[in-house]
Design a protein around this ligand. Structure first.
Ligand code: ZN
Length: 464
């Protein structure tokens, strides 16, 4: 009976997927979708347990919901639901957010009926006089440089107590590794190889050996639970039987002060997302003042890009980094604002990663060489639009990416006057699928896939 139900579920799933080009949906694997959204940015992360994180919901035109309409269909086809756990807006530009009242994330919620548990957007300010019209005069800014009507409309929407998202909106907590998704530790067990390893290790790991011992472990947990101890939720995988058992594992006493299980060893898998940059926290401008704060009345304010939210996703041996349009140099724009070097300050919070969503669509103001050398990504993804007016990707950025020997993927043939080296132009959405044991990952578009070896788990020390 169970198998019949599963079979029918698979059929239903394939029907929903039929309009969509990817066939990679598989509940045993973490997936990172990098959508081809033209000159814009958007990602969807889907965990094996169905937990979903959506990063940026853009538009190309302020008064349209074209991109949101396409994304709504794609997201539904991937998740098979209109509920997303966490939405993140890297910063308040149209090509990451759309215009509230017309498109983007607003349209996903208000027109296409998507719901979220939580929406995290940067601490830009709030609408402080709800009786008056939405305008910059009626907004109390917290951290702002250049601003556009996109930012103003969004702040009014998100901070209006009558808004659908008012109660679920949060500002990013720098260096938090549980604001987006709680830290989880998955114990791998039951493979012959692991069994042998476990035998040679201390008794802490004996519960991981096999399913029978796992049952004993559950009894222990229940017993301890009566004492009122708190437990971290986890998922146990039986690789041999390809079976997934959800339960609570590892009581809090088993965690050391770094948040890692005392039982952590090579047979454990850590899953966490860390916020490594937000609101340009702690970064100074060349004149010694902080990029944080209210600069909206200044003649040469900082770029909105400076304030981007940066994230590192770690899932066992695999890791992925994305930072919106974060800037990596001090420079003056011809449009009367300044780029500040946020990347160099963020380096201390980074680890080497497998995959990097290239900052600011490959702009030459971002991805400085020190930043790239610290990340040292095996694969890099540039999200940009064909014939874009910004000249993305910048030739010097392509040169720097080449220097760190990363395989570049570009969502579109954005500017073919550039030397792309051996970049791969996908002209379609890209899906990273991490293998069940997280030791490898596939990068796929259309039906082309390339397999890469994961670099392994690295401890990340983020400091505010
Ligand atoms: Zn952008």
């Amino acid at each position: 009976m169970l198998f019949q139900v599963l079979f029918i579920l698979c059929l239903v799933n394939s029907v929903y997927s039929s309009n969509y080009t990817n066939n990679f949906t598989n509940t045993n694997n973490l997936q990172v979708h990098i959508f081809d959204v033209g000159q814009a940015m958007s990602q969807l992360w889907v965990y094996p347990d169905g937990y979903s994180v959506f990063v940026d919901g853009p538009e190309h035109n302020w008064n349209k919901d074209e991109v949101a309409g396409k994304l709504a269909k794609k997201i539904y086809n991937i998740l098979n639901t209109k509920h997303i756990n966490v939405g993140i807006i890297s910063h308040l530009h149209l090509d990451h957010l759309g215009m509230a009242g017309y498109g983007g994330i607003w349209a996903l919620i208000e027109k296409y009926g998507f719901t979220f548990d939580k929406i995290i957007d940067r601490n830009s300010g709030y609408w402080n006089d709800l009786n008056k019209n939405c305008s910059e005069d009626n907004i109390k800014f917290n951290n702002i440089g250049t601003y556009s009507s996109t930012a103003i409309k969004w702040i009014c929407y998100a901070t209006d107590p009558n808004s659908k998202i008012y109660k679920i909106r949060e500002n990013p907590k720098l260096c938090s590794d549980n604001q987006i998704k709680e830290v989880k530790i998955f114990n791998r067990f039951n493979s012959k190889e692991n069994k042998n390893v476990n035998k040679n290790e201390d008794n802490n790991n004996k519960n991981d050996d096999n399913l029978d011992n796992y049952k004993d472990n559950r009894q222990d947990i229940n017993h301890d639970n009566k004492k009122g101890l708190k437990y971290f939720e986890g998922t146990l995988y039986d690789y041999n039987k390809n079976k997934q058992i959800n339960n609570q594992i590892n009581n809090q006493n088993n965690y050391n002060n770094k948040g890692f299980s005392k039982n952590f060893n090579k047979n454990s898998l850590i899953s966490k997302i860390t916020i490594v940059s937000a609101d340009a926290y702690g970064v100074k401008m060349p004149d010694g003042r902080y990029v944080q704060g209210d600069h909206h009345n200044e003649e040469y304010p900082p770029s909105e890009n400076d304030y981007s939210i940066g994230l590192i996703l770690q899932y066992g041996d695999f890791s992925f980094a994305t930072f919106g349009d974060l800037d990596g140099e001090y420079a003056k724009s011809p449009y009367d604002y300044y780029y500040d070097d946020i990347e160099s300050s963020v380096i201390k919070n980074l680890v080497e990663v497998d995959a990097y969503n290239v900052n600011h669509h490959g702009s030459s103001h971002s991805s400085n060489i020190n930043f790239l050398q610290k990340l040292n990504p095996s694969v890099s993804f540039i999200s940009c639009g064909k014939g874009n007016s910004y000249g993305h990707p910048g030739q010097d950025t392509l040169d720097r990416l080449k220097k760190v020997n990363t395989q570049i993927y570009i969502t579109e043939d954005c500017d073919n006057s550039k030397n792309y080296y051996d970049s791969i132009i996908t002209n379609n959405d890209i899906v990273i699928t991490v293998s069940e044991d997280t030791k490898t990952y596939n990068v796929c578009f259309n039906n082309n896939c390339k397999t890469y070896k994961s670099k392994g788990y690295k401890e990340l020390n983020c400091k505010v």
